[in-house]
Structure formats: structure tokens, C-alpha cells
Design a protein around this ligand. Structure first.
Ligand code: SAH
Ligand code: SF4
Ligand code: F3S
Length: 446
């Protein structure tokens, strides 16, 4: 089936997993003859790729869905589709089927590859289509993918997660962990290099458990070694690494690689051992600190960032103080901070001693204040006045006269340069002339 002069929009919520799926959905629609538009009134298909990591994420999607009702009434042939993590939750899927009658298509995270046949079914049979596999299938390779052009690309290496942190919905909505074959990842990276990409970010919920599902022994460190040799790629990043599986071998391979960046995103979640245990994170505060020490010792100048949750069930003021204390001790470059949000079906949602909303927001504010202060101190103390290599990504979002890019430590730098365009995709030296909490300001050094 090939359509003409038809358009689609995909609204993507949530993490890079969804962004990756949306690129594949866009690729398949492109192959069917649909072209992408940014105008909703022009669209023949609107897909919403949803996230359910916290309640707020879900509320945003319901808001968007409600707003589309009017458009569907005006344009009955419009196909409205919902996919992503929310559709994997039974009660949410039921609610959408029943109460949102303007939704024509609902499919799960394991059904992405079936989009073309689902669209055909809607068009030919004029019926609503629901396709949600509860369990993951084999990894499907070779699907078309429409990536935005650029300097930096995401490369998925694992799907799903086996960790079952007690607060987290991901293992339930994304299924068990599956690793892509090394040769498929290498081939994709070579193709990206030939298309002009300079940086790749290896993507998975827990990248350093990559390969655990293989018969032969081949792990994340082996993959990094193989990718390090690919010509044209200048920088390698990865997201997310779990502190528990960060082996000495991995620290060693990263320290000795040519291209892996000196930025470590190591979500710690909490500073109290009681809370860490209840979260099922599989490490103690002491083990985490030891790992950070090892990394700093083997790499010299590094950036360490993290994710933190406040108000996990049973978290006392003392537990929270332990988180603040850990933050002061490690001195993270930055942190994603969250108030615990109960997710139906996860063990923590059923735990007694849920923390009051007021306490969660008070703790969150205190944590953010402390982290912001540290971020600013690091930027002022270690960056201001010094020169760093920056991979130029394009014009700065806030000021088109400036360019923007990142240091190897993943700091966002906005900077002035004598001539802008030609530098995109290049690695340049930038001297930092102003340090802010979230970004740096600089000028190119020739
Ligand atoms: N796989 C990654 C991140 C997954 S989700 C990891 O393990 O680090 C990103 C972040 O969202 C988590 O690190 C956690 O800090 C936060 N998060 C997940 N579930 C949450 C919940 N129910 N409430 C609040 N924050 C949550
Ligand atoms: Fe969720 Fe934990 Fe898996 Fe991360 S490692 S996706 S927090 S279960
Ligand atoms: Fe959200 Fe699903 Fe990612 S729940 S954070 S989009 S894996």
C-alpha cells in the first residue's frame, strides 16, 4: 500500500526509548508514503507515544488526548493512535478504549513493527484496532528508521529491563532485557559514521548488563572496545549504567578507550541504605561511593551525574538527610531529581508508610537547592577560565548568534565563533568565560 499526499505527526513523551520507537514509526510511515508535518490540521495520522514513569507524565498524555477530540470530530477520517508505555498497562488501556472513543488505534511497546498492517486494517475495515502483546518478542532488526539529521545519534543496544527496582514501572511495560547482536550495533554505527554523525550514545535501561542474555561471553566492555575503532565516530556515550553492574573491567576499558567520554551518569536514587534496600537497587551507599572513587582515580577529570528520588515509602527525615549528605560527598555535576510517584502494579505502590505530599515537595526543594549550588560551584571552580574541546551541534537555542555543543563531560556550552556554519560537526576548543548552573558560556580559541 502506498498513499499520496498524506501526512502524519508523532507526539513523543518520555525517554529515549520512546524517541527511538518514534523514529521507527516515522520510518515505516515514510515507507508507506506518508510525510511528516508539524501542523495538526494537516495530519491524516496523529500518534501519541506515551510514557508512564510518573503520574505527571500520564496526566500530560490524557490532556493531549482530550484536546484531540475536537479535531477528530471535525475530521472523521483522521487516525488517532496511542502507543508506548501507557498502553502496556491494562487498566490504562481499558480506560482509553472505553472513555476515549476518538482513539482509533492502540498498540503496545512490543507491537511497533506491526504499524503498517494496523493502519491498513483501519483504512480497509473501518474499525478500531487494538494490538497489545503482553510479552516481548524477538528483537526485530532491519526496520526503516527516520532519524533527524545531526551530529549525535542514539543507538539502542538493549531493550527492556530485568532489575525490578520496586518503584519502577519500566520492567512491566518494556519487558525482559534483550541485547541486540554486536554485529548489528557495529553495522549501524558504521552507517551512522558514513552519514556524518560524530557521536553515538549507546542506549539501554541498564547498558552495563548488555550481553548477559548471550550464550557466548561478550559484554558491554567488549562492545565498547569494538565500537572504539570505528572511523568517523569521535565520541561514545552511553545511558544508563547501573551502579551495581559497573565492573572493574568496564572502568578499565573506558579509561583506556580513545572515544568514550569522561561523563558517568550513575543513578544512585537515595543515600540511605535502608531505602536503597527497599528499592531493590542491589548496592549500598558505601559500594556506590567506592565505585565513584575508583572512577575518579582511574580517569582524572570526570563529570558524575545522577538520578535521585525523594519520598520513597518509609523514607524518614534521617534517610533524607543521608541523601543530602551523599550529594555533598560525591558533588555531582548535576542530577535529575524526582518526587516518588506510586505506579500501579509495582511493589512500592503497595508499601505502607507512603510519604505525605507536602514532605515530598519540601524534600525535593531542599535537594534541588543543594544540587544547584554544587553544580554552580563546580562550573565556576573547574570550568571558568579554562579551555575545553566542544563538539559543535548547531546554533544555540537561546541566541542564534551563538553556537552550542558539549564538552566530553557533557556540559552544555554556548559560545561565539568567527564564522558559525562551517563549525557544525567539528570539535573545537572553547574558552569558558561565564559559568552558570545549567550551562557555560564561552568563545572559540583558534
Ligand atoms: N534505567 C534507568 C532510568 C529509568 S527511569 C536507571 O535505572 O537509572 C529514570 C528515572 O526516573 C529513574 O532513575 C528514577 O530516578 C526515576 N523514577 C523511576 N520511577 C519513578 C517513580 N515511580 N517515581 C519517581 N521517580 C521515578
Ligand atoms: Fe527502572 Fe530500575 Fe530498570 Fe532503571 S534499572 S529501568 S529504575 S527497574
Ligand atoms: Fe517512560 Fe517508558 Fe521511557 S515509561 S521513561 S517512556 S521506558
Amino acid at each position: 500500500m502506498e498513499v499520496e499526499n498524506k501526512h502524519f505527526i508523532i507526539h513523543t513523551y518520555g525517554c529515549q526509548m520512546n524517541v527511538h520507537d518514534s523514529e521507527i514509526l516515522a520510518g515505516m510511515l515514510g515507507q508507506m508514503g506518508y510525510s511528516q508535518t508539524s501542523k495538526e490540521e494537516e495530519a491524516d495520522i496523529i500518534l501519541i507515544n506515551t510514557c508512564t514513569i510518573r503520574d505527571k507524565a500520564e496526566q500530560k498524555v490524557f490532556g493531549k488526548l482530550g484536546a484531540l477530540k475536537k479535531l477528530k470530530e471535525e475530521k472523521p477520517n483522521l487516525i488517532v493512535g496511542i502507543c508506548g508505555c501507557m498502553s502496556q498497562q491494562e487498566e490504562v488501556a481499558e480506560k482509553i478504549k472505553k472513555s476515549y472513543r476518538h482513539v482509533d488505534l492502540l498498540f503496545g511497546t512490543h507491537n511497533v513493527h506491526q504499524l503498517p498492517e494496523m493502519i491498513k486494517k483501519i483504512l480497509f475495515n473501518n474499525e478500531r484496532v487494538f494490538e497489545i502483546w503482553e510479552k516481548e518478542g524477538e528483537v526485530v532488526e532491519g526496520l526503516p528508521q527516520q532519524r533527524n539529521e545531526g551530529v549525535s545519534a542514539w543507538v539502542t543496544i538493549t531493550y527492556g529491563c530485568n532489575n525490578f527496582c520496586t518503584y519502577c514501572i519500566v520492567p512491566y511495560v518494556r519487558g525482559r532485557e534483550r541485547s541486540r547482536k554486536p554485529e548489528d550495533i557495529v553495522e549501524e554505527t558504521k552507517r551512522l559514521a558514513s552519514e556524518g554523525f560524530k557521536e553515538i550514545t549507546l542506549l539501554g535501561q541498564n547498558v552495563n548488563s548488555y550481553g548477559k542474555d548471550f550464550d557466548e561471553s561478550y559484554d558491554f566492555a567488549d562492545l565498547i572496545k569494538d565500537l572504539d575503532d570505528i572511523e568517523g565516530i569521535e565520541r561514545i556515550r552511553y545511558m544508563t549504567s547501573h551502579p551495581r553492574d559497573f565492573t572493574d573491567k568496564l572502568v578499565d576499558v573506558i579509561a583506556n578507550s580513545k572515544k568514550v567520554c569522561n561523563h558517568f551518569h550513575l543513578p544512585v536514587q537515595a543515600g540511605s541504605n535502608t531505602v536503597l534496600k527497599k528499592m531493590n537497587r542491589g548496592y549500598t551507599r558505601e559500594e556506590y561511593l567506592e565505585l565513584v572513587g575508583k572512577i575518579k582515580k582511574s580517569m582524572g577529570h570526570v563529570a558524575i551525574t545522577t538520578d535521585l528520588i525523594v519520598g520513597f515509602p518509609g523514607e524518614t527525615e534521617e534517610d533524607f538527610q543521608a541523601t543530602l549528605d551523599l550529594v555533598s560527598q560525591v558533588r555531582f555535576d548535576s542530577a535529575f531529581t524526582f518526587a516518588y510517584s506510586p505506579r500501579t502494579g509495582t511493589p512500592a505502590a503497595k508499601m505502607e508508610e507512603q510519604v505525605r505530599k507536602e514532605d515530598k515537595s519540601r524534600r525535593l526543594t531542599a535537594l534541588i537547592d543543594l544540587q544547584n549550588q554544587i553544580s554552580k560551584e563546580i562550573n565556576e571552580g573547574s570550568y571558568l577560565g579554562n579551555t575545553f574541546t566542544v563538539l559543535v551541534e548547531g546554533p544555540s537555542k537561546n541566541n542564534p548568534d551563538f553556537l552550542s555543543g558539549r564538552t566530553t563531560t557533557n556540559k552544555l556550552v554556548n559560545f561565539s565563533a568567527p564564522s558559525n556554519e562551517s563549525l557544525v560537526g567539528q570539535i573545537v576548543k572553547v574558552k569558558i568565560i561565564e559559568a552558570q548552573t545549567w550551562s557555560l558560556l564561552g568563545e572559540v580559541v583558534l
